[in-house]
Design a protein around this ligand. Structure first.
Ligand SMILES: Nc1ncnc2c1ncn2[C@@H]1O[C@H](COP(=O)(O)OP(=O)(O)O)[C@@H](O)[C@H]1O
Ligand SMILES: [Mg+2]
Length: 363
């Protein structure tokens, strides 16, 4: 059997072109290299698993390529990587600073990548600061961190700062799709969508969830297997709840909620997700806003269908009711009841409409 390589490792981009969702950064870096406008110290900040280390390595390689070093082995000599998470002592930094003083034997630059730089001890930070203040002309520093707020201002002010973004659900989904095709994995688009949503903007997380589910489903990523494994309430559940609310079906709403709670779902996340569902129906009502709906194609059809049987007034009320319940949940002495009240209110929106229009006609 082949050795299994996790997708995050196997699919680490080697070129800026294949970095997903950070073109504001990769374009700028590419441009800066081309025009010799690269700063001597760069700081890559952003959430975990969005491409900071990946881009640091690509950039380091590009710098070496651009300035005459083409032999893989030789330019490996000119790239130094320090993981500050495990090498954060003042001695570690001193060793590094010691190396910085010497010009490269081949090529023009030595590139130092200091990953997780916020983990450096105070003493290490201070030792490093002097080097950063007056770096030798041949040194380029690429620092990376998930916690920009922990970096002291004196360091920040000496660096050109690049803010990496969370990656959009749709971009993550497309990336997973490419990998699924390459790896000959069966998938339903909506299943990939759910994984992308669950990853909350982190591509590394998306890939590790993906790997886990590929194993669990034996290479058959269906929507139902994925929602079950991730303990996510599937879209269908929210479609059914909406139907119940439209039909003023209080008893079944309470029963469904009871089931959901028994399965271990957090009631507050449930009501918040229900609110998002109504919001999604709202944007699905209008072709102009349909692009704001972040779901796969087959689920999109269902949204458009259900949106047609909901009046905008119903949806606005429903969103408001869920939103309030979400806000009130923590402060309520009986939080479960606050969700039940919300469900009863949801089931009464259309009765209310009916009685008030009847009242009007009687008047
Ligand atoms: N923007 C991205 N484009 C493509 N792959 C990515 C991206 N961000 C993360 N990855 C994937 O996740 C892995 C870890 O990314 P990494 O650059 O180490 O994240 P960070 O340093 O921001 O925590 C990479 O090997 C790659 O497979
Ligand atoms: Mg990293």
């Amino acid at each position: 059997m082949d050795n299994f390589v996790v997708s995050a490792r196997k699919y680490r981009p080697l070129e800026f072109d294949s970095v997903v969702g950070q073109s504001h950064i990769t374009d700028t870096l590419e441009h800066a290299i081309e025009n010799n406008q690269l700063a001597q110290a760069l700081l890559f900040c952003g959430p975990r698993g969005v491409g900071k280390t990946t881009c640091a390595r690509i950039l380091a390689r590009k710098i070496n390529e651009k300035f005459g070093e083409t032999d893989e082995n030789d330019f490996a000599f000119n790239i130094f990587e320090l993981d500050a998470a495990s090498n954060n002592s003042v001695d570690d930094i001193r060793n590094l600073i010691e190396q910085v003083r010497y010009a490269p034997q081949v090529g023009k630059y030595k590139v130092y990548i200091i990953d997780e730089v916020h983990m450096l001890s105070n003493a290490a930070f201070n030792a490093f600061l002097k080097t950063l203040e007056e770096p030798p002309a041949h040194a380029i520093f690429i620092l990376a961190t998930t916690e920009k707020q922990k970096i002291i201002p004196t360091i920040l002010s000496r660096c050109q700062i690049y803010d990496f973004k969370r990656i959009e659900v749709i971009d993550i989904k497309e990336h997973l799709q490419k990998i699924a095709i390459k790896e000959k994995i069966n998938y339903e688009e909506d299943a990939l969508h759910i994984i992308a949503q669950k990853a909350d903007g982190g591509l590394r997380d998306a890939l590790s969830i993906f790997d886990r589910l590929v194993t669990f489903t034996q290479k058959n990523l269906t929507l139902s297997a994925v929602t079950e494994n991730l303990s996510i309430l599937d879209y269908d559940c929210f479609f059914r709840i909406t139907d119940m609310a439209l039909n003023n079906d209080i008893p079944n709403l309470l029963l469904v909620f009871n089931e959901i709670e028994k399965k271990g779902f957090d009631p507050q996340s449930f009501i918040a997700s229900l609110g998002s569902h109504f919001r999604d129906l709202m944007v699905a009502q209008n072709p102009q806003t349909i692009s704001l709906l972040e779901v796969g194609e087959s689920t999109k059809k269902k949204y458009i269908e259900q949106a047609q049987v909901c009046k905008p007034k119903f949806l606005i009320n429903a969103i408001e009711i869920c939103h309030q319940a979400d806000i009130n949940y923590r402060s309520s002495k009986n939080p479960r009841l606050s969700i039940e009240i919300a469900l009863m209110q949801l089931a009464s929106i259309t009765t209310h409409e009916f009685t008030s229009s009847k009242k009007k006609s009687l008047e």
